[in-house]
Design a protein around this ligand. Structure first.
Ligand code: IPE
Ligand code: IPE
Ligand code: MG
Length: 249
């Protein structure tokens, strides 16, 4: 039997100092620090990625329970291909394991899975698992869970613009919303918050366009140690920000 995620009551949210009305609708997470987590324990980097996968499972559950509409996680960048082959292979086999193990639970909880990035790079078992996870959950109406895989924001923008050119869209008809509609994130709520773990303060080619008015929260916690409690602290920090969108308040 798949585990069903509870929906937090107002009182349960308050236990994390959170309020329903002050939550972001769409959160992006740059899951960083798996390697450092492993190094501290004199373990192979793959052990850090495994621990990161376990942390991710809890972040997805918490997002759903708190009522966040969309969660986009950065799992593998276009630049990550330059890592040692053994690490790349270990990451992909962990991803296979994640989808294989989690799909029933995610589906039972109404999670809708989307892969953002150039999925054409994947073949074989991983391709089939990704494809079936996306197809199986496409009609769900719960949390939109987007996994950025072989993702690079600049490549995403190039892809969007070239699809418009291929469709014969004239420069006079170009607009922000038409570009939005061709990005991998089309149809999702505006990105409200980007969290990056492990102390780095950069985007590393993640959601450049979408981040135009997002808030940033950086935490020094390494991703495998990023528990729902740490996540909730980032959400509380977001709730205390004043978003101005260029206006005088
Ligand atoms: C993030 O952890 C996971 C991926 C990029 C896939 P890292 O592997 O980048 O961990 P650090 O930055 O080396 O600690
Ligand atoms: C960004 O982390 C990519 C992912 C989290 C998947 P990196 O660890 O690859 O980024 P840099 O190299 O520190 O900028
Ligand atoms: Mg890193």
């Amino acid at each position: 039997m798949a585990k069903l995620y509870p929906e937090f009551t107002e009182a349960e949210l308050r236990a994390f100092s959170l309020e329903k009305g002050a939550l972001p609708r769409h959160v992006g997470v740059i899951m960083d620090g798996n390697g450092r987590w492993a190094k501290k324990r004199i373990l192979p980097r793959s052990a850090g990625h495994r621990a990161g996968m376990e942390a991710l499972r809890e972040i997805v559950r918490f997002s759903h329970s708190a009522g966040i509409e969309a969660l986009t996680v950065y799992a593998f960048s276009t630049e990550n291909w330059s890592r040692p082959r053994a690490e790349v292979d270990a990451l992909f086999s962990l991803l296979e394991e994640y989808f294989y193990k989690e799909i029933d639970e995610l589906d039972a909880n109404g999670v809708r899975i989307r892969i953002i990035g150039d999925a054409s790079a994947f073949s074989g078992k991983l391709h089939d698992l990704l494809d079936s996870a996306v197809r199986r959950t496409s009609g769900n109406s719960g949390l939109c869970f987007n996994i950025a895989l072989n993702y690079g924001s600049r490549a995403e923008i190039v892809h969007a613009v070239s699809s418009l050119i291929d469709d014969g869209v004239k420069s006079a008809d170009l607009s922000e919303s038409i570009i939005d509609s061709r990005l991998y994130t089309a149809g999702l709520p505006e990105l409200d918050l980007i969290i990056r773990t492990a102390g780095e303060q950069r985007l590393s080619n993640f959601l450049l366009w979408q981040a135009a008015y997002a808030e940033f929260v950086f935490t020094s916690v390494l991703f495998p140690d990023f528990t729902p409690e740490e996540y909730a602290k980032c959400l509380v920090e977001y709730a205390h920000r004043t978003r101005k969108f260029g206006k005088v308040l």
